[in-house]
Write a protein that binds this ligand. Structure first.
Ligand code: LLP
Length: 408
């Protein structure tokens, strides 16, 4: 995180708290989140967009880190929120978001989810397909529900196939061909207020061009007061990625919307990853070190707290929390019963040994979000750090939690 530093060039301090002290006090594995980092990135987003478009709104895509405390921080900073399910809607409301600042998404929303969202008075429901459209019309009754239509622009951003969504054969959104009919239907429904279109072409995108292409693709569909540009900005997990800054990204998106859709259009963007990834680190304890062809450093977490290496071949860096800058090629592996459970395949550690605390930076996005209990591993706590203080905002799961839904 920006809010971290190395003491004596070797020893990590986050939010003014020593990483080893955090591991000792809260145990490992643990997700550590620098609260000021969340706040400064939220402010950076708002000011980057509003410099060019004063009425722009930023909605946090809560799927990236659906932790109530994280959402509460963003609500306090004046962001809205994007939810992808009834569960995320529940968390967003609990975190204190005004319903009008919530946007509901989903390619397979249930009737119950739609009903809850309409009853809560969410700001927008993003219609994904014709079935969704008919359901919202039927459920809105005599209320007027504001909606956006999600369009698939047939544009491919360069990213992992599993998180690319803009291509014609995508499960998300209406095709360019179907969009006009959906627009007509929505505009004719007295209980919908169609404010505009929505785009999301993919996640962890590092190039700006595809967003412009996507806006260009939807421009002929009509003149609307609002456009939602769908987030998607990538982050640097290692030295290999060089994403544009939030300022450059915002300037490019606003310019594309202004030039291609007009000056009057109100811009919404919904970043997830880039608001939270760099605010979080994960702490592990080394349980075993074994040398065969590689040096295997076995830690007390793994694919249950960070599924991304396993799902997407995602790469991270790692260090020993109080001995940064090592040179022993090390393969950091989790404790799960699968060979693919490798968190960092090519780390360089300083002579790792059992008991060392290992830290993986840039794990604030889609780690906690996709955590699971594979192999009976309780999920880690989330610890907020700020100005030298640490507080648990989500407690560690217990073994009891693992059996708490059993019915005897
Ligand atoms: N809006 C919509 C409708 C989305 O589906 C997403 C991400 C976003 C916004 C935010 O995208 P972001 O700014 O975070 O790129 N689990 C995957 C990422 C899946 C992203 C899904 N949608 C991963 O760990 O890489």
């Amino acid at each position: 995180p920006a809010d971290s530093r190395l003491i004596d060039d070797r020893r990590l301090e986050i939010g003014g708290v020593d990483a080893l002290a955090l591991a000792r006090e809260f145990g490992t594995p643990a997700y550590v989140v620098a609260e000021d980092d969340l706040r400064s990135r939220a402010r950076q987003y708002l000011s980057a967009f509003r410099t060019h478009a004063p009425d722009a709104e930023i909605h946090f895509a809560s799927k990236a880190n659906p932790c109530t405390a994280v959402l509460r921080v963003f609500a306090e900073e004046g962001l809205g929120v994007d939810v992808a399910s009834g569960g995320e809607l529940h968390v967003a409301l609990k975190a204190g978001f005004e319903p009008a600042k919530i946007i509901l998404h989903g390619n397979a929303k249930s009737e119950a989810e739609l009903r809850t969202a309409i009853d809560a008075g969410v700001g927008y429901i993003v219609i994904d397909n014709f079935a969704d459209l008919e359901r919202v019309i039927a459920l809105a009754g005599d209320r007027v529900q504001p909606v956006l239509l999600r369009v698939t622009p047939d544009v491919r951003g360069e990213t992992h196939d599993k998180i690319s969504t803009g291509q014609a054969d995508s499960k998300f959104g209406l095709s360019l061909r179907d969009a006009s009919a959906a627009i007509e239907r929505a505009a004719a429904a007295p209980n919908l207020r169609l404010d505009g279109l929505h785009l999301h072409i993919g996640s962890q995108l590092l190039e700006l061009g595809p967003w412009r292409d996507a806006v260009e693709a939807i421009a002929p569909l009509g003149d609307f007061p609002v456009v939602n540009l769908g987030g998607g900005l990538g982050v640097a997990y290692t030295d290999a990625e060089d994403p544009p800054s939030i300022e450059v990204y915002a300037a490019a998106k606003v310019a594309a919307a202004r030039e291609l859709l007009g000056d009057h259009v109100r811009i919404i963007d919904e970043p997830g990853r880039s608001l939270v990834a760099n605010a979080g680190v994960t702490l592990y304890t080394v349980e075993s070190v074994k040398r065969n062809v590689s040096t295997w450093v076995g830690v007390d977490g793994g694919m249950s707290d960070n599924l991304r290496p396993m799902l997407y071949g995602a790469r991270y860096e790692a260090e020993i929390a109080d001995r940064f800058g090592g040179t022993t090629p090390s393969r950091i592996t989790g404790k799960h019963c699968e060979s693919g459970d490798v968190i960092v395949a090519e780390a360089q550690l300083d002579e790792p040994k059992p008991g060392d605390v290992v830290v993986t930076p840039a794990t604030g996005a889609y780690g906690y979000a996709m955590s699971n209990n594979y192999n009976g591993i309780p999920r880690p706590p989330v610890v907020f750090v700020k100005d030298g203080d640490a507080r648990v905002v989500v407690r560690r799961e217990t073994f009891e939690d693992l059996t708490s839904r059993d019915i005897d």
